[in-house]
Design a protein. Sequence first.
Length: 468
Amino acid sequence: MLAAPLVLPRAASPARSDADLVAKLMGDGAYGAAWALLRPRIVGGSADPVALDQAATCLWHLDDAAQAMAVLQRLVDGWPQLGRPCVKLASYAASCGDRARALAALDLAFSRGARTAQGLALLNRLDPIARDGALARRLKGMAGDSSLPKLDQAIAQNTLGRIEDRAGRTRAAFRWFSAANRSHGAPYCPDDISALVAGQVRLFDPACIPDDEAEGPRLVFITGLPRSGTTVLDHSLARHSQIRPLGESPALSRTVMAMRREVGSTGAWDWLLRLGPTDRTAFRRYFLSYLPVGAVEDGQVLISKMPLDCFDLGAAAWLWPQARFVHLSRHPMDVGLSNFTTLFHQGHGFSRRLDWMAHMIRAVDRSVSDYRAKLGDALRVQSYRALVDDPEGVLRAILSHIGLPWEGACLSPETGGRPVQTASIGQVDRGVNRDGLGKWHRYADQLQPLAHALDPEWLRNWEAQDAS
């Protein structure tokens, strides 16, 4: 159907400003294209604060943390009246493990009057805020201030939940977490997810996967529910000398969206029945356009870690028949609690309510069970519990699944030096550990609606399978 290669979006009209076009590209996940537009101004020294801030974001998502922070430092130094860039610099520094620089940037932000909810939340992570102190009282004021943006209120409420959790006050903590989820969050439509999975089960036939060994990169997709251990596994595997991590790449999800648009798809999975070999070639190019420049040329195994790509494994297999897949499976109650208590700034609307969380857990389970039967040895469903109980044994098995030899460095994800760009920064800093097992028991009373929505019998079956 496609007569020409797909390309990333370009300017719709000469009237569109650079900032708007860059913002659109960034919104599409095309950080490389956005950076290409920004780079001349950054290098030439003519960038304004908006361009510098955009450039830092692009570089950060392109895994160039040092340059991202250097650009932010230019913004911080050149515009001393601005405090929010200091908070962003602090966040980046903390993600790179530089606690001292992060705290210094926060002090500068506060001195400039930017004592924001985001800044206080980061401070609480780096230097825990006293439950009865002045900063906690300030957070409570923000939490109830209806004049603030909803996101700021939610960040304050979630931070208060973390403060109460640290004090062992689970009831109070859960009330704050619940308030944060009511204040902010993306929408969630259970019927759409159910239709997506039903379409997969009905229409995805592994016979559609080409049996040729098409040229292209060696790709591994790591998936799982958010907060299921995918970041720790990604950082562990990234320590291997023959692996190049892509981080949370939008390549697969954007390509699937483009495939559906191309055929005017109105239902889940019907697009796959209407695409041919020429389309596949074009969409492979489209997928590669989202990867960092040079990622394919070095011959390393590329790992894309995007949790909810689990719904699109069939499309990935159609595009890249030699790809391998690893799906992390963590205890539903633990993963439910972790999602509910994590404030996602965008997306993941299912995390706002326990019944929605249960629906998503069951939908992912059904989808992966179907893929497990259809993709065979290409898909490894990996127990998170087994990973943290026996890191070396499991990592050896995963590397064998990928087709790589064992390297002991994979046991030390915390020493890799890569910034952690997800909510799992605390877990990666501690390496592979068992701290995340059974945390839900502390909140057993509050999580009864989740257990009920999951169905106790289904939960027992899940636990029996995981134990085996």
